[in-house]
Design a protein around this ligand. Structure first.
Ligand SMILES: [Mg+2]
Length: 331
């Protein structure tokens, strides 16, 4: 007779599923506390078919496999069952991803709920698994003594919803100037909730990957994210910085890392490290006036002088920059 206490301390059961796609069979390992969305992400790793383009078929489960937020433990799945996936890869993807995962507006989680998510054992376990199965590939070595800046792409560096003949028209103004300036104090990683293929393509087109004035330390894609559950907002994906800290502990940690994203929920596993950037939308109308990256350069360079960033409240970054500028004028 198993007590409830011992059941809950047992690690979530691992499931090994077979997925048939395009005449081949793939083995996918997931856990009961993974969602259908995560299963699709694992399948994407093997097949390159983006989760949004996958249709999963398994007779006994029916339409439930279309609900990405369902936990696999809620479905009648057993190890070694075979399901079929229908979907096409982004081989023909030259312009833009048709479906971007970030179409949901930002939402605020209550303070308590956010703390709860960060400290939940199940989420710590998910992070641990992600640390083990996602290896960050360095494009250039980490530099001792530098802080770390992690940047989102969509609406942060680039307006992915507008169209233009030349992608440079959709680039946030002053991007190269910004990256050049902050590179003196920060290693730079780019983390987007899309596929690595798209990140590579887009950053390449913008001239970010071969710029003579700065280097990008690493790129991270949607496979590095974890799915967490909130009581008020259901299931959503986030970008846990702990993944980076665990893989490069001699360089980066909670006291020297800052992350820019236009979506607050992406920070939920490390709220203190996140700075919510004003989204860069409607590039054609806003290209002339958007100076966020100029102002943020000043902030990043000002706080770079601090040994420890973990006492800062990034939500008042504009105030900090003003105060700092005033102080400098008076000395
Ligand atoms: Mg974004």
């Amino acid at each position: 007779m198993a007590s409830t206490a011992s059941t809950s301390s047992v690690p979530e059961e691992e499931l090994t599923l077979m997925v048939k796609w395009s005449g081949k069979e793939y083995t996918v390992r997931v856990c009961g506390d993974d969602t259908v969305g995560e299963l699709k992400r694992r399948i994407c790793e093997l097949t390159n078919v983006l989760p949004l383009r996958q249709k999963l078929l398994y007779p006994k489960v029916g339409s439930k496999l279309t609900d990405d937020s369902l936990l696999l433990s809620q479905l009648p799945l057993k190890s070694s069952i075979k399901m079929t996936m229908i979907g096409t890869t982004e081989e023909d993807l030259i312009v833009d991803p048709v479906d971007s995962p970030e179409i949901i507006d930002d939402f605020e989680l209550g303070q308590e709920e956010a703390v709860d998510i960060k400290d939940k054992e199940v989420n710590k376990q998910k992070l641990k698994r992600r640390i083990n199965n996602y290896k960050i590939v360095l494009k250039t070595p980490c530099r001792k003594g530098k802080k770390l800046l992690v940047l989102d792409i969509d609406y942060t560096l680039f307006d992915h919803r507008s169209t233009a003949e030349n992608p440079l028209e959709l680039m946030r103004p002053y991007l190269h100037e910004f990256l050049t300036s902050v590179y003196s104090e920060y290693d730079i990683m780019i983390w987007s909730a899309t596929s690595m293929k798209w990140i590579d393509l887009k950053m390449g087109q913008l001239g970010v990957l071969d710029n003579p004035n700065y280097k990008i330390t690493a790129l991270l894609d949607h496979l590095a994210m974890i799915t967490v559950q909130s009581s008020s907002r259901g299931v959503f994906d986030c970008k846990p910085l702990g993944l980076i800290w665990a893989q490069f502990p001699e360089f980066y940690n909670a006291s020297n890392t800052i992350m820019f994203d236009d979506l607050r929920r992406n920070f939920v596993m490390n709220p203190q490290n996140g700075l919510i950037i004003k989204p860069f939308r409607k590039a054609h109308a806003n290209r002339e006036s958007d100076r966020e990256l100029v102002k943020l350069t000043q902030y990043l360079l000002a706080i770079a002088e601090l040994d420890d960033l973990s006492n800062l409240d990034h939500s008042s970054w504009e105030f900090f920059t003003e105060e700092n500028a005033k102080r400098l004028r008076h000395t």
